[in-house]
Design a protein around this ligand. Structure first.
Ligand code: GLN
Ligand code: ZN
Length: 754
């Protein structure tokens, strides 16, 4: 080693919602006017103090500072460089201005929100135009740095790098955000100077965009950016953090520049050979992400130590880290009492990962004898996981092995559609909804009452049936053609299934931030998946018993179930997907046997798991499509399969959507102005399609004229016999009054266009 080790143990970022979701509550109280800004800021400060102190006490000798956020780190970056959209500029209070950009107000549209790489976190998309005038406003970061130093914490400020910030931004008014790099860089330079003046020894600059495919001009921008930043005379040492994949060609480019350190994600594919192949790294600090920052499994310490041992030879100095920010995992296993001892021993949440990082760093620098006890505990846990009977369900494996190619094949679409037309006798332009109806307070109260034991399961069922009856009555009254039961019994479209399938563990307190104050509790998929009993049949059957119109069975697809869970890492995702698909397939068959004529299998997350690099896309799409087809090909050709897709730009996966071969695909299109229909046509798609005719993400009731013109636009791209009429997503977040008014207008519009 040529460098003195500046630090040895760290993590790339930390969760911020609070171990008990304190920040969520405080923020929502602030929005509702129940507390003032001072009280909200005090909650933030208190959480940071507790967390930073705990991290230092756990033995991290460099602690990330500045990953705290009242809403989102991309939004914080936009605020720091004076790049909030001009439409919020009139809002005087900085906190309210910030929240207005995040959530909108009565009069102001919020920024768009989209997925942070291939995680379940959503960031706000900054808007950068020719008129954006950058102006450094570093107070938040400087204050948090000061705060940490006052606590005696070895603080390392973290900022999102200029390339990632601009590349993820949306160009407006004809600008390509990266064209504004030259105007932005001086502000980053000034920030580095200020951080040094504030005593920062290191700064972490996050550039996850380096693990995606970059063009040659983008690589040139990378060189220019870091040459400029490294050239700042008085600055902290620079650690450029990459995560979520391999940096590829960006690694040698970056190593050539004068930055002092690079963080690499060895969990998501970076290899020791990648490092050895770049001689310049022998003069730099390598921060080795060997502890998975975004999944919940205990680290294989022996394997991590082997990686670290090799890296010692090819890096100038070595620090141990998580592969990414801990934003993506729950705080601590301490709050998880429901897991049995074995399962618990296989897991590591945030606090446990910090301990793993510390142990590994100790072993690297003082030898494995120094951690002998912990190492044997970890080995025993791993051995128990490998041999636990719940990890293998031989019946499921045998069934999957026995499936022939016919298992994913249905009759040609035209034959199916003739059979279904005959059986369903729907009018042209059939109207339907995506599944959920408003989750009313009565529903939430019933669920709470069941949890607290105030009502029995039978009483709960009674209340849900009453909700279903109401929703059926409403749909009949409105004159919809294909009805749904409304999903009142579902707390969440993935968790509901996870709770009923073998192989899943539903956490009690494993909250992670999805966006802003929205938190989710992804279930943990730890073993072979099997369906011990039907999961939805009794509800759908009941709904169908109330009406002569067809009621759609409503299921969540295998890819979405994986995307929104913490998934076992001991076998390929594709194999796990097949097991989930088999369970869903059994459910579709049971629904059919119960007399259900239409089954919808939702795959809103199909686009989300798309790999970050183009060369890995096809393999993913192959298994994802195969899993969907396995789930949906067990029914007869006369049973109509629907699917629903949303939350994304579908351009890149349009052929995969056609390959799903669903009889009807409802797709979010209210905002992308039906472009998706042209794309589908171009991909040779010739099945039923329901482009959302209005946007359910807003409380506004769409007028009959608006929906009519939406439908007429759709009819230019799709013949009437293939067109369905539906909103663009489920209605669970809306209020009953707007839903009724909106659907009434939708039905009227469909009738008038017919
Ligand atoms: N069927 C689900 C619902 O209506 C679909 C939700 C989704 O697309 N995310 O709520
Ligand atoms: Zn949707």
């Amino acid at each position: 080693m040529t460098l003195h080790n500046p630090f040895t143990a760290t993590v790339l970022g930390i969760p911020r919602i609070g171990p008990r979701r304190e920040l969520k509550r405080a923020t929502e109280n602030y929005w509702a006017g129940r507390i003032d800004a001072g009280a909200l800021r005090a909650v933030g400060r208190d959480l940071r103090t507790r967390q930073l102190t705990a991290l230092a006490a756990a033995g991290l000798d460099s602690v990330p500072v500045g990953t705290f956020s009242f809403y989102d780190q991309m939004l914080d970056t936009a605020a720091m460089f004076g790049a909030l959209p001009p439409r919020v500029a009139d809002i005087a209070d900085p906190l309210d201005r910030y929240f207005a950009a995040a959530r909108g107000t009565e009069t102001v549209e919020p920024l768009e929100m989209t997925k942070w790489f291939d995680t379940n976190y959503h960031y706000l998309v900054p808007e950068i135009g020719p008129a954006t005038t950058f102006a450094l406003q570093p107070d938040k970061l400087l204050e948090e740095l000061r705060e940490a130093r006052e606590l005696g914490v070895p603080a390392r400020p973290v900022v999102i790098g200029p390339l990632t910030f601009l590349k993820l931004a949306k160009g407006i008014d004809g600008a390509a955000p990266l064209d504004r790099l030259n105007d932005l860089l001086p502000h980053y330079r000034e920030l580095l100077r200020l951080l040094a003046a504030e005593g920062a020894q290191w700064v972490q600059i996050d550039e996850p965009v380096l693990v995606t495919d970059l063009t040659a001009p983008e690589l040139a921008l990378l060189r220019r950016t870091y040459a400029e930043l490294a050239g700042v005379p008085q600055r902290p040492s620079i650690l450029v953090a990459t995560y979520f994949g391999r940096p590829g060609a960006a690694l040698p480019a970056l190593a050539d520049m004068g930055v002092e350190g690079i963080a690499l994600d060895f969990v998501a594919g970076t290899t020791v050979n990648d490092v050895a192949a770049v001689p310049a790294l022998a003069g730099k600090l390598v921060v080795a992400g060997v502890v998975d920052g975004r999944n919940v499994w205990r680290t294989d310490l022996d394997r991590a130590l082997a990686t670290l041992g090799t890296l010692l030879g090819s890096s100038g100095a070595l620090a141990v880290s998580t592969s990414s920010s801990l934003l993506h995992v729950p705080y601590s296993l301490d709050d998880e009492s429901g897991a049995d001892a074995a399962l618990r021993s296989w897991l590591a949440f945030g606090a446990e990962k910090v301990a793993e990082v510390r142990l590994l760093a100790t072993a690297v620098h003082r030898g494995t004898d120094a951690i002998a006890d912990e190492l044997s505990t970890a080995r025993a846990a791993l051995a128990s996981r490998a041999t636990d009977p719940r990890l293998r369900n031989d019946a499921v494996r045998a069934r999957l092995a026995a499936l022939g190619p016919d298992a994913t094949r249905r009759a040609p679409a035209a034959e199916r559609s003739a059979l279904q037309r005959e059986r369903l006798r729907l009018p042209s332009l059939p109207t339907t909804t995506i599944g959920s109806y408003p989750q009313t307070s009565a529903i939430r109260q019933a669920r709470a009452a069941l949890r607290s034991g105030e009502i029995t399961a039978a009483q709960y069922d009674e209340r849900m049936r009453a909700e279903i009856a109401d929703v059926i009555t409403l749909q009949e009254k409105l004159g919809l053609d294909v009805l749904v039961h409304g999903e009142p019994e579902r707390n969440d479209m993935v968790q509901y299934f996870a709770e009923q399938l073998d192989g899943f563990f539903a956490t009690a307190n494993g909250w992670v931030q999805s966006y802003g104050t929205r938190c989710v509790r992804p279930p943990i998929l730890f073993g072979d998946v099997a369906r011990p009993a039907p999961m939805t049949v009794r509800w759908i059957e009941y709904a169908q018993s109330l009406t002569d119109k067809p009621v759609k069975g409503m299921l969540t697809g295998p890819v979405t179930i994986l995307a929104w869970s913490f998934v076992r890492d001991d076998q390929p995702l594709a194999d796990t997907a097949r097991q989930v698909a088999l369970a869903i397939r059994d459910e579709t068959v049971d629904l059919q046997s119960a007399g259900i004529r239409i089954v919808q299998v939702d795959e809103p997350a199909l686009r989300e798991l798309l790999p970050l690099r183009a060369d890995a896309e096809q393999q993913y799409l192959d298994w994802a499509v195969a899993a969907f087809r396995l789930a949906t090909s067990g029914v007869s050709d006369a049973t109509q399969i629907h699917t629903h897709l949303c939350y994304s730009e579908f351009g890149e996966i349009i052929e995969a959507i056609a390959d799903l071969d669903a009889d009807v695909t409802s797709i979010e299109a209210a905002r992308s102005r039906m472009e998706v229909l042209d794309d589908l046509n171009a991909a040779g798609f010739h099945l039923g399609v329901g482009p959302g005719v209005y946007d359910i993400h807003s409380p506004r009731v769409p007028s009959v004229e608006e929906i009519t013109s939406s439908l007429r636009a759709a009819l230019k791209a799709v013949p009437a016999e293939r067109l369905w009429v539906n909103p663009d997503c489920g209605l669970k977040t809306r209020g009953p009054a707007e839903v009724e008014a909106s659907l009434r207008n939708m039905v009227t519009a469909a009738q008038s266009v017919r």
